[in-house]
Design a protein around this ligand. Structure first.
Ligand SMILES: [Zn+2]
Length: 379
């Protein structure tokens, strides 16, 4: 998006919009005259729109026209190859989901590219969007992605080692393609469109069949040296504990996620085959069910407490995928966080639990493409 001033204006509207021109001036440090000129260009270009509503009740003083992202300026497809099936969503620039499809899973980049190529006209046609308005495709996967977001450096789940996946998909679709780690995609989606919009330093923990974690530090995604930042699933919580699929022992992944809880329930001969069923048994006083949930929630809370101690986020968002976190589990997790974080840090960290559907990775992937489009350099 051209020059740095335009980009900072767009970033402010993305993060905090709708905003008046005076508010934009205060947020960006640009003069009101500069804001007036830049916003006129961005409105002509189609990126920004003026809202019809002249004044929000919370705003003081004279009513003013508010600027917002123009949702129809660009459309994005997000594809998740995190778990079966491949899930695709079409979103507008404000993150609204306009269409969804699923397709059989594959770990062959050419097959995935073909799946996406076939889905594009269905998604666009279903929403009545012209093909030239599709600005980018984001792909979420379990694994490490390089800084340019075009190569998958490693994915145990997909069996990939340093593959140029984005180029394969871009070659099939003719649209810019960006890859992202699944947890990072969720964090970016929450930062752009979701519950983390108002926070610059925050952590998301995605809890379902497995556990993902990602950090934003001072407004930017923190990848770490090799793209592996935030991998709390393989923090050792019980030294010498159960063997983990990563080769270590006692990782959080062996204790807390849905699959681990269900495995423990099977071992103890419980009748329940879902986490909701185990919660129901616990509510009836079943000791085994209570013990399993206490161990799992305690482990998750301890891992989150360590993250809070190390990173000091303003906000921790625990995203519960498809109702994996029942009431007892959630209570034990919260208590374990409170018991293991310094009181000063505990008081200054907002923690929120939020339930999401399984399309969260595809929505996150679409937000990656939208973010890239909004922050792109003009070619
Ligand atoms: Zn492990």
């Amino acid at each position: 998006m051209a020059n740095p001033s335009k980009r900072s204006l767009l970033e402010a509207v993305t993060d905090h919009g709708p905003l008046s021109r005076s508010e934009l001036s205060a947020l960006t440090g640009l003069s009101k005259a500069a804001i007036t000129g830049l916003s006129r260009e961005l409105i002509q270009d189609g990126a920004l729109a003026e809202s019809d509503v002249a004044a929000a009740p919370a705003r003081q003083g004279r009513p003013s026209i508010l600027l917002t992202l123009n949702p129809s300026y660009g459309y994005f497809i997000g594809a998740s190859i995190v778990e079966e099936p491949v899930t695709l969503v079409l979103t507008d620039l404000q993150g609204a989901v306009l269409g969804q499809r699923s397709a059989p899973w594959s770990n062959d980049p050419r097959e995935i590219a073909e799946t996406i190529r076939q889905a594009v006209p269905h998604l666009l046609g279903g929403a009545g969007i012209p093909a030239d308005r599709l600005r980018g495709i984001g792909v979420a996967l379990s694994g490490l992605v390089n800084n340019d977001q075009d190569r998958c450096l490693h994915s145990a789940n997909l069996g990939w080692l340093d593959l140029p996946v984005a180029a394969v998909i871009a070659g099939a679709t003719g649209v810019p393609v960006f890859l992202e780690n699944d947890a990072n995609a969720v964090a970016t989606g929450e930062r752009l469109y979701g519950l983390a919009r108002d926070f610059r330093t925050f952590t998301t923990v995605t809890f379902g069949d497995s556990i993902g974690c990602a950090h934003y530090v001072d407004g930017a995604l923190y990848r770490g040296h090799g793209g592996g930042a935030g991998e709390i699933a393989h923090c050792t919580i019980e030294p010498g504990g159960l063997p983990c699929r990563c080769g270590k022992r006692g990782c959080l992944d062996t204790i807390a996620p849905r699959q681990a809880i269900l495995a423990q329930a099977r071992e103890r001969g419980l009748a329940a085959t879902t986490t909701a069923g185990i919660e129901a048994l616990a509510a009836q006083g079943n000791t085994d069910a209570i013990q399993i949930l206490h161990r799992a929630g305690g482990a998750l809370g301890l891992a989150i407490a360590h993250v809070i101690q190390i990173n000091n986020p303003e906000f921790v968002l625990v995203v519960d995928v498809d109702g994996a976190l029942g009431p007892l589990f959630r209570t034990v997790t919260q208590q374990a966080i409170e018991a293991n974080v310094l009181p000063r840090l505990a008081a200054s960290t907002q923690i929120r639990f939020h339930q999401a559907t399984r399309d969260l990775w595809a929505r996150g992937a679409a937000s990656i493409a939208a973010h890239k489009f909004l922050t792109r350099e003009e070619g």
